[in-house]
Ligand binder design. Structure first.
Ligand SMILES: O=C(O)CCC(=O)C(=O)O
Ligand SMILES: [Fe+2]
Length: 209
């Protein structure tokens, strides 16, 4: 009997410090990058389901999309329901930006909340140069395919609810990003039906001194 007790693998039952290490590594494995687009990173399923719901609830409570608007903006100190994302990046996902960006304070002082009804998109563009380097996009509610484009080189990215996309350097300044107007997206041999999508884009205005 006593011997059996010694056979129990307590680490397997209750986890060990090593498991915690592995979990941390898992998070890093979930960040995708594209060698052809330096500065583009995609943290998969980075926002918990609960945090996604809390963000959506805040967006509903603050009536960002009142009067049929499909876009709203916040400037200056971000409201608490978005500003936690700054601490979240700095503490949980600092590798999403180069160090000089992640260390700046504030990391972001502008938010755009976009509502895409099914089938809607956004024209291919590079974000205005009055915004600094380092842009973060949270996807909520529905998947869609975003197209990264530089000259005739197009790279499709599947964005799912809870994914966090970051753009810096080449990805921010040299590649356009856009979302086609279509009801469904074809990617990796699969059709993915669109629904209503909400995104939160966080940026930092350039300081003009
Ligand atoms: O909705 C998105 O995923 C991107 C939004 C965007 O590119 C922008 O507002 O500049
Ligand atoms: Fe953009």
């Amino acid at each position: 009997m006593g011997n059996e007790e010694h056979d129990i693998d307590w680490d397997e039952l209750f986890g060990s410090d090593n498991d915690e290490e592995e979990e941390k590594n898992d998070i890093k494995i979930n960040i995708e990058s594209w060698s052809c687009i330096p500065g583009l990173l995609l943290a998969r399923a980075a926002i918990s389901h609960q945090d996604q719901m809390t963000l959506l609830q805040a967006i509903a409570d603050h009536r960002y999309f009142h009067d049929n608007a499909d876009q709203a903006m916040c400037f200056g100190a971000l409201p608490a329901h978005f500003s936690w994302l700054e601490t979240w990046v700095k503490t949980k996902y600092p590798e999403l930006f180069p160090q000089d960006i992640v260390n700046r304070t504030p990391l972001f002082d502008q938010a755009i909340i976009n509502l895409y009804h099914k089938g809607k998109g956004i024209k291919s563009h590079i974000d205005l140069l009055r915004f600094d380097d380092g842009i973060l996009v949270v996807s909520l509610l529905s998947s869609c395919v975003m197209i990264m484009q530089k000259e005739d080189h197009k790279v499709p990215l599947l964005l799912r609810p809870g994914d966090v996309l970051t753009l810096s350097g080449e990805a921010r300044y040299e590649w356009e990003h856009g979302i086609e107007e279509q009801m469904r997206d074809y990617i990796d041999g699969e059709w993915i039906e669109r629904g209503t999508r909400v995104s939160i884009t966080l940026r930092k205005l350039l300081t003009t001194s």
